[in-house]
Design a protein around this ligand. Sequence first.
Ligand code: FES
Length: 350
Amino acid sequence: MSSQENSEENLLKKQDPAHGAVAVADDPFADPGLPPHEARQQDLDERTAKRSERTVALFFTVSMLATIGFIACFVIFPVDKVISVWPIGKVSALNFSLGLTLAVALFFIGAGAVHWARTLMSDVEIADERHPIQASPEVKAKVLADFKQGAEESVLGRRKLIRNTMFGALAMVPLSGIVLLRDLGPLPEDKLRHTLWGKGKALVNMNTGEPLRPEDIAVGSLTFAKPEGLEEHDHGFMNEIAKAALMIVRLQPEDIKDKRELDWSHEGIVAFSKICTHVGCPISLYEQQTHHALCPCHQSTFDLSDGARVIFGPAGHALPQLRIGLNDEGYLQALGDFDEPVGPAFWERG
Ligand code: FES
């Protein structure tokens, strides 16, 4: 239609109030009204509606399968497995599979809901006049009624397949979060109460990596040791050494005041945990005249000639002692684990 014809038509409309378009010409913001309603295929044909229902159910089912896949990937893939995914490159198999399956599970819940709303829920256009923000009791009652009507029109009661699969998908998605709780790690059980030390474990010099003989420990020296077999490149080395680190000194046997300490020593050589019982700093200072070991963090001081009891500072209790002896080859060895858990406040006994 040419512009000339357009202007002629507008002129006609203005001149003809019965035409109903006079307001359009005078008010460009006039409500154009709703377009004529077109019934959907699903409203006209039950077979089409049934097909849409199956599609929605399929989407929810895919979501459920993806959630099961999420759990399976969590169990199957080790943390350190790496795979190559185009075009991203090398990625953690566990992270990639968890992200992918969770995304699929959530996407298909959304896709199912959207498809359901577009094809099967009520398709009636509703005009709602603007009204004050503060709703009147009548409006609230109407909203409630509309809500109930919406619930009825969602055909949940009639489309049981959709309802059941949707509830299944929604119920299963939180399982992903529950499974992830396992990443908080296994329960420590009694691991915090035990170290790598045990009967027959040789004492190995922490610096040289050599097993220690009694003659390697001079009076007045401070030697740090670890259990044989524990190497720096081992998986979990830091966790293990944080519990098993050992501090060895040699005293004159007659200087040892505590009877049990003397029994657990070998020729005046005593072995105590290197981990401070305050908040776990490694003890590194030793004063040979007084036999005091000092923690550099908050100056807790332990008397190594008297059961490593605390004589100063905030530490709550004595350093655990390791019972030692000699093996057949003349090397120092442990005769058991520490007599109590090593380390700080967790083990405070009040
Ligand atoms: S950690 Fe040793 S005194 Fe605080």
